[in-house]
Design a protein around this ligand. Structure first.
Ligand code: PLP
Length: 398
């Protein structure tokens, strides 16, 4: 195919050229004292991105899923009860993992498209008179549905119930793109990966452990070896890893953190919000519905879009890929065939979002959806230009 391939999946995201170049380095001795010169700035630079000065950060060769597992096996014990909402593919997979690791999982099932229900969490915590719930798991940004949950609200629910369960938060598709306040929200385990907001290739799970989480490691009896956080934190302290690290990725992460610092985190968050608003305006102008049940909790990093009745989202995705060299995310689990996703996180600007909407329109049209070509792009342009749109376009309904 000619031209640039457009990657609009919600991770891995586009790796900017300076980060790519930063990773072209010779192999180095990860046991040499100078290895700390690359590791320490990465660990220090990640702290503001996680919104923490108190937590300790470990880098785990693997991905976000490895960090999910590390959060569980380093702080909990077999048979412990944990509380979590299931409202999308990733919260569902994390619940499956918790079950597989021998935890008792109290699941709050809510619609895919809703956020983690703060009031119901508070009710369950209040009813837990004997403190059986040892941890609450929250998927901050459900990448499958494009929904962001209120982590501060969950912290409030814990405090209001005088409950001392640990708070684990999956920030895989939020950290580095939208505000994340680990210390202010009292998060005990915060989880990210290298390949989304941090604009690097996949290969590192990143986990930040609060002082409470570190203390819980003293009593946890789960088996752990490769993902033993205390061993990794001690190795980091000494300037290295427990085993051979993906050193190139650390160079990439350092360059990514420099980018985030240079742009300024507040500006990074504002950019993601602005770009997402354009995408949402475009989706509405196409006459389509988001999977997110309400704008209030629609994600600023990924938008999951329902295709009109009778239009298979898999066809839309295949047309975009085969005709237009453009990659959208598929609908996951029960949303397969019913939704497609535009990832809008990481190294991204207005032009890229307009391209995503323009290709979505072309692909939807070719799949038989009654969209008015240009309607979505025009609506997004008005958002990006900061001007109101004349109420002239007639939008085809599904
Ligand atoms: N959690 C969320 C919210 C995700 O979006 C993903 C992957 O997309 C994961 C966890 C799993 O992360 P990984 O694929 O890096 O293992």
């Amino acid at each position: 195919m000619t031209g640039t391939a457009h990657l609009f999946i919600p991770g891995p995201t586009n790796v900017p050229a300076d980060i790519q170049r930063a990773m072209i380095v010779p192999m180095q001795d990860h046991r040499a004292p100078e290895f700390a010169e690359i590791l320490q700035p990465v660990l220090a630079g990640l702290k503001p991105v996680f919104g923490t000065s108190e937590a300790q950060i470990a880098l785990l060769p693997g991905s976000g899923t490895a960090a999910w597992e590390a959060a569980i096996t380093n702080t909990l014990s077999p048979g412990d009860k944990v509380l979590m909402a299931r409202h999308g593919q990733f919260s569902a997979l994390w619940a499956d993992m918790a079950l597989a690791m021998g935890l008792k999982v109290e699941i709050i099932d809510v619609a895919w498209g809703a956020p983690c229900p703060v009031r119901e969490v508070e009710r369950r915590l209040g009813a837990d008179r004997h403190g059986e719930i040892k941890a609450v798991f929250v998927t901050h940004n459900e990448t499958a549905t494009g929904v962001t949950s209120d982590v501060a609200g969950i912290r409030h629910a814990l405090d209001a119930s005088f409950h001392d369960a640990l708070l684990f938060v999956d920030g895989v598709s939020s950290i580095g793109s939208i505000p994340f306040e680990m210390d202010a929200w009292g998060v005990d385990m915060a989880i990210a990966g290298s390949q989304k907001g941090l604009m690097c290739p996949a290969g590192l799970g990143i986990i930040a452990a609060s002082p409470r989480a570190l203390a819980a490691m003293d009593t946890s009896t789960m088996a752990r070896s490769f993902l033993d956080l205390r061993a990794m934190l001690a190795a980091h302290q000494a300037g290295s890893f427990c085993f051979t690290p993906p050193a190139q990725l650390l160079h990439g992460l350092r360059a990514a953190l420099t980018r985030l610092q240079t742009e300024g985190l507040a500006n990074v968050f504002a950019r993601h919000q602005r770009l997402a608003e354009g995408i949402r305006a475009g989706v509405a102008a196409m006459g389509l519905k988001m999977v997110a049940e309400h704008q209030i909790f629609a994600s600023d990093t990924v938008t999951a879009i329902r295709t009109p009745q009778g239009i298979d989202a898999r066809d839309v995705i295949a047309i975009a890929r085969n005709r237009y060299n453009t990659h959208f995310g598929g609908g996951l689990g029960p949303l397969a065939g019913k939704a497609f996703r535009i990832g809008h996180l990481g190294d991204l600007n207005e032009g890229m979002c307009l391209t995503a909407l323009g290709i979505a329109e072309l692909s939807l049209k070719a799949a038989g959806a009654p969209v008015v070509l240009g309607a979505g792009v025009t609506a997004a342009q008005h958002v990006y230009a900061g001007v109101a749109q004349a109420p002239a376009l007639s939008i085809a309904a599904e």
